[in-house]
Design a protein around this ligand. Structure first.
Ligand SMILES: [Zn+2]
Length: 411
């Protein structure tokens, strides 16, 4: 038994959105932060503080944090580990938590930087960026070693030690290409954590189908070395190329897999009851269906048809199910309107709008307020380019000023 825990840092709003062909609106990103907070997720990497179209979104979400709405989740931004990015992030946003990222492998130093940075330059630039972040009052600093799995171990140890000396709270071990396997990542992370004695973030990609297994193996290595582990996840596993470690699969594996299930490793605040909701919402927002066989949230995750399995599951669910669907917030029938259905969109009028909000039991003080919210809902529809869902409608009615900020961009 150990006191060290595994915490989740979800990167859907950063790695998920930087993925080819898919994107999220700023309202959708905000809803994801709200759901992650309700699930008790430790931290959300909410975006890119130096990207101008993110400025209002990031500041609006930090305002929600200040109001206690996005609390206790920590909102952190991703930047490059260079002083200029630290400077810009602080100038543009009120961000208080940052992850600073730079490539550390020989492949990237030669193949990407092409002589622009030597190994020494990389360590020096990262240290300067970390120093500046500390000086400017950034509260937590994660330092990301991009392509850590293909980085020479001695160099990685040096990089991590310098990061720690310059105020890093964590090292992000990035298996950027999904190159590791559970055995190699265990050994490498154990060495790293033992030598540097700093909490480790595991950032694993799924190019070889091992992102979840590698995340768990790396996290266990960190815990065996006596430090906390932080696993980077995305909802439904969306992410660059073959994706990142899927949030739900990671949580289920920590809670229910052989031996881990008895070790009480998971951050106590995690509550899986919102799992179904966030998976469905993210699928809708990205417009990517959840595979039928997705762990926990796929349509077949609790379906049994063959005679022996159905009979077995009906006699005792434990015969063919490792975990209960109720734990994931599944089981409620979904109500789909099959008769007349008034929706609200970019050209809605006040009567239909009132009807929709009455069904949600949201009341307005007067006509003026109703018109103000209607105008915002129209903008939300244009902004999302798809029908606005119930939780979004409620959010807009409850936090109209925040919603306005999310919809505002000035290039
Ligand atoms: Zn990544």
């Amino acid at each position: 038994m150990t006191d060290n825990k595994i915490y989740i840092i979800d990167v859907t709003n950063r790695d998920g959105v930087q993925t080819s062909r898919i994107c999220l609106s700023k309202l959708e990103k905000t809803m994801i932060n709200l759901y992650l907070n309700e699930m008790g997720i430790y931290q959300s990497e909410l975006g890119f503080p130096v990207t101008h179209h993110e400025t209002n979104y990031i500041n609006a979400n930090l305002e929600l944090a200040g109001m206690g709405v996005l609390h206790p989740i920590i909102l952190e931004g991703w930047i490059r580990a260079i002083p200029q990015d630290v400077e810009d992030a602080i100038k543009l946003t009120k961000i208080e938590h940052l992850n600073l990222s730079i490539s550390t492998s020989e492949q990237m130093i030669k193949g990407k930087f092409k002589g622009k940075f030597s190994e020494e330059d990389i360590i020096r630039t990262m240290a300067e960026a970390a120093d500046l972040a500390k000086r400017k009052g950034i509260r937590t600093i994660g330092v990301n070693a991009e392509d850590a799995s293909r980085t020479d171990m001695n160099y990685l140890l040096k990089f991590a030690s310098v990061a720690k000396e310059h105020g890093a709270d964590r090292i992000r071990y990035c298996d950027t290409l999904g190159f590791d396997n559970p055995f190699t990542i265990y050994d490498r992370v154990k060495t790293l954590a033992n030598e540097v004695k700093i909490p480790i973030e595991l950032h694993c990609h799924n190019d070889l189908g091992m992102a979840v297994a590698n995340s768990l193996a790396g996290a266990i290595a960190a815990i065996h070395a006596g430090v906390d582990a932080y696993i980077n996840t995305t909802v439904n596993g969306v992410g660059e190329r073959a994706g990142n470690a899927d949030l739900v699969s990671v949580l289920l594996a920590i809670k229910h897999s052989s031996t881990f299930k008895d070790e009480n490793l998971l951050d106590d605040r995690i509550n899986l009851l919102k799992t179904w909701k966030i998976a469905k919402y993210v699928s809708y927002a990205f417009n990517i269906p959840i595979p039928i066989n997705q762990p926990g949230v796929g349509a077949n995750a609790f379906a049994h048809e063959s005679g022996i399995h159905a009979d077995g599951a009906l006699k005792d669910r434990k015969n063919y199910e490792l975990y209960d669907f109720e734990e994931l917030g599944r089981g409620e029938p979904e109500i789909i309107e099959t008769g007349r259905n008034i929706t609200v969109g970019e050209y809605s009028g006040i009567k239909g709008f009132r009807n929709v909000y009455e069904k949600l039991q949201v009341e307005f003080h007067d006509e003026e307020e109703a018109n103000k919210i209607l105008e915002l809902v129209r903008h939300a529809n244009v902004h999302n380019q798809k029908p606005v869902v119930e939780d979004e409608l409620k959010f807009i009615a409850q936090y109209p000023d925040i919603a306005r900020k999310l919809f505002t961009m000035s290039p």
